[in-house]
Ligand binder design. Structure first.
Ligand code: NAP
Ligand code: MG
Length: 493
């Protein structure tokens, strides 16, 4: 079979979206994004600074306070959301190519991300039609109480680079459904699809100022958004460290916050499980998106009696990984996102070796086939990892798996919960008792049973326990994060 690599799309110069206008940064300064697979230019973006944030926040504030969106009939917002879903689907090829070139993810994965993002707008369009409060009449004979839900206001949306289009959609879709207005700040490494999304939302009929997109450094403009007195809520996905700083900044005017942060998710395999399915699951759990996934199954916990058999199969599977250009259809794993991330991965690999874990495969940068032009790293597995080692405790955010073993359910639970994170987890077993004991015992926002990374369900809530975050995205809970609740108490005469 001959396959052809899709042509790299032409590098574009982008502008920012403020109050329906496409604008440069006030300073006129720009920054570039280079393709992590080969260093070529993908896009040039405005380098926003404090005055640009203020313009965007003022625009969102005016749009919210005018009521044209926040007070619009819900059907109007529903129709816009449906058109955004259509717009994403109509542009799936171009958006996926842009994702592939900015993030470094294989094109078919990028297509999947666009499709999942479209589903999110459709889902929130649907439930927006069914938003309602309650009437509470039983407490006193001469009183009627009503609860009504109202949009929170101006939302600052700050997103990371690993799933730029999906994770912003988890926030934008419920924000728009409820009537909020938004200033969105994508990660500097991957702004392209967020800017394109701004265009799609404008074309879908959102009034000017309802969605504004600014591009630039988080430490400056993200920080300013988080401190800004005219912003009512911050919806943030990123590292726990930056989440902590956003939380501090948001204290200025007691903003509402939703935080989706890091993870070190346990993937627990019991001896009675379907081993082939669990091996495929463990592979997908760690290597999806080159391991740059907040919920990655980066701690594999194997029951002692199946360990040797399991590892033999997992290593064989790992040898099938084809590193390469994300636009080449034969590529199954792209580069990590930039030099910083590559250095982080290398640091943790060295740390694992220093602390006495046993490296079974990988551990270095691949050579040849043009791979040295990009930030590629071999899929890597460490065996004999103890739960207190750095590589079992800290998020690596790269293709590096730590393997631990356990004796029984109690032992598995103890190790699974031996972490400051609590984002996701998985259990592989055919025993109902084991599955439910683990599902109830693990302190994490998601527990998959006989699966991993089932993220295609916009009606399931998603979020973290412990230091993995605050609040939930998706599902009805995801809508509530963008709503205030008002109690109206009426005394009857
Ligand atoms: P990050 O460094 O925390 O950055 C996230 C976003 O915050 C970026 O847009 C960044 O802007 C911005 N930012 C940086 N400093 C800021 C500050 N002081 N105030 C406000 N905003 C600031 O995270 P990342 O490196 O992009 O992504 C990796 C991390 O995200 C991992 O820890 C991963 O676990 C987490 N993550 C979590 C989830 C989840 O759902 N729980 C999903 C995906 C990723 P710049 O890009 O300009 O620096
Ligand atoms: Mg970062």
């Amino acid at each position: 079979m001959t396959t052809q690599t899709a042509p790299q799309t032409e590098a574009k110069t982008y502008q920012m979206l403020i109050e329906g206008q496409w604008v440069s940064a006030k300073s006129g300064e720009t920054f570039e994004r280079l393709n992590p697979a080969n260093g070529t230019l993908v896009g040039t973006y405005p380098l926003a600074d404090i005055p640009d944030v203020d313009l965007a926040v003022d625009a969102a504030r005016r749009a919210f306070d005018s009521g044209t969106w926040s007070n619009a009939p819900v059907k109007q917002r529903h129709d816009v959301l449906r058109k955004v879903a259509d717009g994403l689907r109509a542009n799936i090829g171009a958006l996926a190519a842009l994702l592939a070139q900015e993030v470094g993810k294989p094109l078919n994965m990028a297509m999947g991300e666009v499709a999942l993002a479209a589903d999110v707008y459709e889902y929130f369009a649907g439930i927006s039609l069914d938003m309602h409060g309650e009437a509470i009449t039983q407490f006193a004979p001469d009183a009627v109480g009503l609860t009504v839900h109202e949009p929170v206001g101006v939302v600052g949306v700050i997103t990371p680079w690993n799933f730029p289009l999906l994770l912003i959609s988890w926030k934008l879709a419920p924000a728009l459904a409820t009537g909020c207005t938004v200033v969105a700040k994508p990660a500097q490494l991957t702004p392209g699809t967020t800017v394109e999304l701004g265009r799609i939302i404008q074309e879908a009929g959102a009034p000017d100022g309802v969605v504004n997109v600014i591009t630039g450094p988080g430490s400056k403009i993200g920080q300013h958004m988080a401190e800004h007195p005219k912003v009512d809520k911050i919806a943030f996905t990123g590292s726990t460290e930056v989440g902590r700083s956003v939380m501090r900044a948001a204290a200025t005017n007691i903003k509402k916050l939703s935080l989706e942060l890091g993870g070190k998710s346990p993937n627990v395999v019991f001896a009675d499980a379907n081993i082939d399915a669990a091996v495929a699951g463990a592979f997908f759990a760690i290597y999806l998106n080159t391991g740059q996934v907040c919920q990655a199954g980066s701690r594999l916990l194997l029951q002692e009696s199946v360990k040797d058999q399991f590892m033999e199969k997992l290593i064989a599977f790992t040898k099938t990984v084809k590193l390469g250009d994300p636009l080449d259809p034969e590529t199954t794993m792209g580069p990590v996102v930039d030099q910083n991330q590559l250095s982080t991965v290398e640091h943790y690999v060295a740390e694992g070796q220093k602390e006495g874990a046993k490296m079974l495969i990988g551990g270095s940068r691949p050579k040849g086939n043009g791979l040295d032009k990009g930030f590629f790293f071999e899929p890597t597995i460490f065996d004999s990892v103890a739960s207190n080692m750095t590589i079992a405790q800290e998020e690596i955010f790269g293709p590096v798996l730590s393997v631990l073993t356990f004796k029984d359910i109690d032992d598995a639970l103890r190790i699974a919960n031996d972490t400051s994170y609590g984002l996701a987890s998985a259990v592989w077993t055919n025993d109902l008792n084991t599955a439910l004991k683990m599902a109830k015992g693990i302190r994490a926002g998601t527990v998959w049973v006989n699966a991993f990374h089932q993220a295609g369900l916009p009606n399931m809530p998603y979020g973290g326990y412990k230091q993995s975050g605050i609040g939930r995205e998706l599902g009805r809970h995801g809508l509530d994060e963008y709503l205030e609740t008002k109690a109206i108490q009426i005394k009857l005469g």
